[in-house]
Design a protein around this ligand. Structure first.
Ligand code: CO
Length: 232
C-alpha cells in the first residue's frame, strides 16, 4: 500500500510543479486537447511515449500495445486512430517500436506464454513474410533487431491501409505515417526513413519492402537499419 501512496504523493508534487510554472495549465488543458501527433508504440515500461519526445500533456495522443501491432481487426487500436484522425485531426501517426522488444522476441522464439501468443501471431506473420531477409542473420540478437525494424515497417503499412487513413487522404486531409525505432540502451529514437503521406507513397513503400524482402540479405538503403543496434 505504501508503494501506491508514493505514486499519489508523486502525482501531487508533479501537478504542483507544473502549476508553479503555469497556474492555468490544467484548466486550459481540461477544456480541450489538440494533439498534432498520434503515437502507436510498445507497452514496454521503458518507452514512455510523451517523455521520449519531450512533449507536454495534451500534445501526444497515444496507443500502446505489446509489440506495437496494428491489426485490422483490433477495434481498440482502430478506434484510437479514427478518433485521432477524424476528430482530433492529427497530422502525423508515428509507429514506434524498439530494439530488444520482448514481445517480438517471444514471437521470434515461438515462446509459450499464454494468451499473448495469439496476439504475437501478428509478429510471426511479419517474420514469415520476411524469412528470406531474416534467416541468413545468424546472430540471434541481430536477427531480433532486424525483426523489430521489419515489424515497425509492416505496422506502418497496416496503418496506411486502414479505411481511416485512406478516407482522410481521399478527402484531402494532411496526414502522414512514420516508422521509428527506439534504442533502450541510449534513449535515442531512429527514423527508419519510412514516411507515407499519400497513396502513391504507400505503393512505393510496398514495392520497396517487397523488393528488399524478396532479395534477402542487405537492403538497398530503403528502410535501412538504424546502425548497430544492441540488445540488453
Ligand atoms: Co516491446
Amino acid at each position: 500500500m505504501s508503494d501506491l501512496k508514493s505514486l499519489l504523493d508523486n502525482n501531487r508534487a508533479w501537478a504542483e510543479g507544473i502549476r508553479a510554472q503555469d497556474a492555468e495549465f490544467f484548466q486550459t488543458l481540461a477544456r480541450q486537447q489538440s494533439p498534432t501527433y498520434l503515437w502507436i508504440g510498445c507497452s514496454d515500461s521503458r518507452m514512455p511515449a510523451t517523455q521520449l519526445v519531450g512533449l507536454a500533456p495534451g500534445e501526444l495522443f497515444v496507443h500502446r500495445n505489446v509489440a506495437n501491432v496494428v491489426a485490422h481487426t483490433d477495434f481498440n487500436c482502430l478506434s484510437v486512430m479514427q478518433f485521432a484522425v477524424d476528430v482530433l485531426k492529427v497530422s502525423h501517426i508515428i509507429v514506434c517500436g524498439h530494439y530488444g522488444c520482448g514481445g517480438v522476441q517471444a514471437a521470434m522464439l515461438n515462446l509459450k506464454l499464454g494468451l499473448i501468443d495469439n496476439w504475437l501471431r501478428h509478429v510471426q506473420d511479419v517474420m514469415r513474410s520476411h524469412a528470406a531477409l531474416l534467416s541468413p542473420i545468424e546472430d540471434e540478437a541481430q536477427r531480433l533487431n532486424k525483426l523489430c525494424e521489419l515489424n515497425v515497417t509492416e505496422q506502418v503499412l497496416s496503418v496506411a491501409r486502414t479505411t481511416i487513413v485512406q478516407s482522410a487522404w481521399e478527402r484531402g486531409q494532411e496526414l502522414s505515417v512514420h516508422g521509428w525505432i527506439y534504442r533502450l540502451d541510449d534513449g535515442l529514437l531512429h527514423d527508419l526513413s519510412l514516411s507515407i503521406a499519400n497513396p502513391e507513397e504507400l505503393s512505393a513503400a510496398y514495392a520497396a519492402v517487397t523488393k528488399v524482402t524478396a532479395r534477402g540479405g542487405a537492403s538497398d538503403g530503403s528502410f535501412e537499419s538504424a546502425a548497430e543496434p544492441t540488445v540488453r
